[in-house]
Design a protein around this ligand. Structure first.
Ligand code: NAD
Ligand code: TYD
Length: 339
C-alpha cells in the first residue's frame, strides 16, 4: 500500500482526482486534507467514505497551520503528497490577495517543511499555466519560459513553484510540478466561467462577459488533468515541470454561445461587462514534453467534454442550488452589481 496525501480534495479538481485515484489505484490509501473553505464541499466526497472505508479518510485542516500539518504527517508517514489545496479564483484574488498568499505560498512552505522532515518520497505540486502570464495571438507556453504572473492569484502560484524548486535544490526533496490550463467538468464551483454561465443560462439571468469576450483559454476536461497528475506522480523526474493542456483554445464568447445553444436559450442573455483588471489575453499550452516523455495526451475533445459537463450540471441541480443559497449571493452582488 502506498500512503498518499491529497490536499484540497473537496474542491473541483481534488474531488475528481480522488475519484480517479480510488477507482484506478487499488493499492493507494488516501488521506484527503481540506480546510473546507467556501470552495470546499464535503458533500462531494461523502460517497468515497462509504465506497472505500479502508482506503479513504478525511482530515479537516489548514495547510498553513504548521503544528497540525506536522501532527498529520507524523501520524501517517506519507509516501506521496499531492498538493491541490489553494485559493483558486482570480477575481477573488483581485479583491483580497492576503488569503492567497497565506494558503498558496505559506501553506506550500508548511507542506514542504513537513515533507522534508518526514522523508516523503515524492511531492507533487499542482500549479497552473497562469504563472507564465499572457500570450498574444501567437505561440504557446513551454516549461522553460520565465515566470510572468499578472494577478495576485498567479503570482502566489508562481511563488509556490519557486519554493518547490528551492526545496529540491536545498533539501534534496524529490518533487515535481504540473502546470495545467483551464479545467472544466463536474463539481466546479459556479463562480468560474463555465458553471457560472450554465447556471445563469438555466435561470435566464444575464451572462456577464468580461471586456469584448475575445480572451482565449485552452480548455481541458478535468479527468484528463487528473490522469496526468497521477502519471507525473508515478513517472515524473525530480525537479521537472510538466505542462498539460486540452488543445482546445476558445474565445470566452464562443464558450458562452455554446452553452446558450446547448440549453436552447438566446444570445440576448449575454451582457458585456467591465473587463477584469490585468485580464490575461490568451493562454495556450505546449504539452509536447509530457507527451513524449510520459506518453500523456488529452483524451476528451471539447465538444464531447462540454456536453457531458453541461449535462452534469443539469442533472445535479441540487448540488449547485445548495451552494447558491449561501454566501455566494453576497459574492455575486459584490462582483457583478456595478460593472
Ligand atoms: P478549488 O477552489 O475548487 O478547490 C480548492 C480546495 O482547496 C477547496 O476544497 C478548499 O477548501 C481547499 N483549501 C483552500 N485553502 C485551504 C487551506 N488553507 N488548507 C487546506 N485546504 C484548503 O480549486 P480547483 O479548481 O480544484 O484547483 C485545485 C488546484 O489546481 C489549485 O492549486 C489550482 O491552483 C490548480 N489549478 C486549477 C485549474 C483550474 O482550471 N481550476 C487549472 C490549473 C491549476
Ligand atoms: P475563470 O473561469 O475565472 O478562469 P481564469 O480567469 O483562471 O482563466 O475565467 C475564464 C475566462 O472567462 C477569463 O478570461 C475571464 C472570463 N470570465 C467572464 O468573461 N465572465 C465571468 O463572469 C467569469 C467568471 C469569467
Amino acid at each position: 500500500m502506498a500512503k498518499v496525501l491529497v490536499t484540497g480534495g473537496c474542491g473541483f479538481i481534488g474531488t475528481n482526482l480522488l475519484k480517479y485515484i480510488l477507482a484506478n489505484r487499488p493499492d493507494w490509501e488516501v488521506v484527503n486534507l481540506d480546510l473546507l473553505t467556501y470552495a470546499g464541499n464535503l458533500e462531494n466526497t461523502l460517497e468515497l467514505e462509504k465506497l472505500y472505508p479502508q482506503r479513504y479518510s478525511f482530515v479537516r485542516a489548514d495547510i498553513a497551520d504548521a503544528e497540525t500539518i506536522d501532527t498529520v504527517f507524523q501520524e501517517h508517514a506519507f509516501d506521496l503528497v499531492m498538493n491541490l489545496a489553494a485559493e483558486s479564483h482570480v477575481d477573488r484574488s483581485i479583491e483580497n490577495a492576503g488569503v492567497f498568499i497565506r494558503t498558496n505560498v505559506l501553506g506550500v512552505q508548511v507542506l514542504l517543511d513537513a515533507a522534508v522532515k518526514y522523508s516523503v518520497k515524492k511531492f507533487l505540486h499542482v500549479s497552473t499555466d497562469e504563472v507564465y502570464g499572457s500570450l498574444g495571438s501567437e505561440g504557446r507556453f513551454r516549461e522553460d519560459l520565465p515566470l510572468a504572473p499578472n494577478s495576485p492569484y498567479s503570482a502566489s502560484k508562481a511563488a509556490a513553484d519557486l519554493l518547490v524548486r528551492a526545496y529540491i535544490k536545498t533539501y534534496g526533496l524529490d518533487a515535481v510540478i504540473t502546470r495545467c490550463s483551464n479545467n472544466y467538468g463536474p463539481y466546479q464551483f459556479p463562480e468560474k466561467l463555465i458553471p457560472l454561465m450554465v447556471v445563469n443560462a438555466y435561470h435566464e439571468r444575464e451572462l456577464p462577459v468580461y471586456g469584448d469576450g475575445k480572451n482565449v483559454r485552452d480548455w481541458i476536461y478535468v479527468e484528463d488533468h487528473c490522469r496526468g497528475i497521477v502519471m507525473v506522480a508515478e513517472q515524473g523526474e525530480c525537479g521537472e515541470i510538466y505542462n498539460m493542456g486540452g488543445d482546445a483554445e476558445k474565445e470566452n464568447i464562443q464558450i458562452v454561445r455554446s452553452i446558450l445553444g446547448h440549453l436552447g436559450k438566446t444570445d440576448d442573455l449575454i451582457r458585456y461587462v467591465k473587463d477584469r483588471p490585468g485580464h490575461d489575453f490568451r493562454y495556450a499550452m505546449d504539452f509536447s514534453k509530457i507527451e513524449s516523455e510520459l506518453g500523456w495526451s488529452p483524451e476528451y475533445d471539447f465538444t464531447g467534454g462540454i456536453s457531458r459537463t453541461i449535462d452534469w450540471y443539469l442533472n445535479n441541480k441540487p448540488w449547485w442550488e445548495r451552494i447558491l443559497s449561501g454566501d455566494y449571493q453576497n459574492y455575486y452582488e459584490r462582483m457583478y452589481a456595478n460593472r
